[in-house]
Design a protein around this ligand. Structure first.
Ligand code: FAD
Length: 398
């Protein structure tokens, strides 16, 4: 059975034939990527653009099965044994793009437009394709390999649409490394930068008398494009972002949470902790290659910037028995792939043997291979609903 999104009325099987097939070589891996990394967005499309309720999607697996020039095709695969006759056919819904795709790079734009429309309908914050220019006010190390950029900018005005969120953890900016290419390339260095953009998180932002000031913390992993960009920046340079989006953390409002960070996601977890508004403090598993980098969390206090409630009471409690538990994992050369996922899972298992905790929510961000393997291991160990566990990809091993 197939459905279109305009009316969400059942249409005939012939409907797939109404769309133009695409034969870009990158399409299969794009479909796999969207299914693995953007599952909740697929649910959002169905909720926003069809008459399906979240109950209809309980006990079901949603799959992006194809991308046509004019639409994406989402199939609902019901798992239960008691299926209705409509469910038995694994219904397919076509979600129409704003404009047809003619080249592979259009997919990114059209997908973002769909996401923006869906988030708007659902009343959620969304990805913005906004250019912002920031001025580097200061730069200094906050732990062995973490470089802090302190930024301001003429557009950093909380009253306009380019405002910088002061109370969101994990809000990420796509920085344009090419904007500083001449500054960061050595004279005579003809090698072109291997990547033009890099995501970094807003570690923290706060209002001052002359606007908003922001920290962006960049972990330096040796001679990499992102690290090279950050360490070449000087006070007075400008940096430019081209895209920004909020992080998925709403599920952490209640219940016993586990936060899993590596070097790249420590800034997100640090801000999550400062804004922590859940009565139960989280368990934080922090994996780094070097022991010295664990010190990043030394200066982080739970609940110090929380949005609501009595901060004084919270910080007093934090200093006594309401602090977060930091479980450090120094993994040496194991920094990616399934091997690291197994190590993280084993470290968690050992901890839970001695400290029986009922973990109800998970947020983490790691290398792609680690994130993929860890999702399965965490699911096996904790048996959480898909919506209660968010394990993101923050970087990829070459
Ligand atoms: C939403 C989002 C938010 C992010 N926020 C931050 C942030 O606030 N701070 C931050 O530092 N990064 C953050 N990242 C990661 C960042 O975008 C880069 O992917 C990452 O720092 C690696 O980029 P690079 O140019 O340094 O190295 P790449 O060119 O991506 O990698 C080159 C090689 O460097 C090595 N390498 C890279 N990263 C690591 C690592 N973590 N551990 C060990 N070896 C590594 C590997 O050998 C890798 O193959 C974020 C990513 C996303 C998606």
């Amino acid at each position: 059975m197939t459905y279109s999104t305009t009316s969400a009325n059942p249409t005939s099987y012939a409907q797939a034939n109404a769309y133009t097939p695409l034969n870009f070589p990158e399409l299969v891996s794009a479909i796999i990527h969207i299914n693995e990394e953007h599952y909740d967005e697929l649910l959002g499309f169905l909720t926003a653009f069809t008459s399906l309720s979240s109950e209809d999607m309980n006990e079901a697996n949603v799959q992006l099965v194809d991308i046509y020039a004019e639409a994406i095709a989402l199939q609902i695969q019901y798992k239960g044994t008691k299926k209705t006759s409509a469910q038995a056919h694994n219904p397919t819904f076509f979600i129409a793009f704003t404009a047809p795709i003619t080249q592979f790079s259009d997919l990114n734009t059209q997908y973002i437009l769909l996401k923006q429309q869906a988030d708007k309908k659902l009343g959620k914050k969304t990805i913005k394709l906004t250019k912002q220019t920031f001025l580097v006010q200061d730069r200094y190390k906050v732990s062995q390999n973490m470089l802090r950029l302190e930024l301001t900018g003429s557009t950093l005005d909380v009253s306009n649409k380019n405002s910088v969120p002061v109370d969101e953890a994990g809000y990420a900016y796509l920085f344009d490394l090419a904007h500083n290419a001449s500054a960061s390339q050595n004279v005579g260095d003809k090698a072109s930068p291997t990547r033009a953009h890099c995501y970094y998180t807003l570690r923290k932002a706060w209002q001052t008398s002359d606007g908003v000031r922001a920290w962006v913390d960049v972990f330096l992993h040796g001679d990499t494009p992102g690290g090279h960009w950050a360490s070449s920046l000087q006070i007075g340079d400008t940096v430019m972002s081209k895209r920004e989006f909020p992080e998925k953390t709403a599920h952490l409002q209640d219940g016993q949470a586990l936060l899993i960070a590596d070097e790249t996601s420590m800034p997100t977890v640090a801000r999550l902790l400062e804004l922590w508004d859940n009565p139960i403090p989280p368990l934080v598993l922090c994996v780094t290659q070097e022991l010295a980098d664990q010190a990043y969390f030394d200066a982080v206090k739970i609940g110090t910037d929380k949005k609501n409630g009595d901060k004084t009471r919270q910080s007093t409690e934090c200093q006594t028995d309401n602090n977060f538990m930091l479980l450090p994992l120094v993994a040496g050369k194991i920094h990616s792939g399934k091997e690291l996922a197994v190590l993280i899972d084993q470290t968690l298992a050992n901890y839970l043997t001695n400290h029986p905790l009922q973990i109800e929510k998970v947020w983490g961000a790691l290398e792609a291979g680690t994130a993929k393997a860890l999702r399965g291991l965490i699911q096996q160990r904790l048996g959480l609903e898909r919506s209660d566990s968010v394990i993101k990809v923050y970087w990829r091993k070459d």
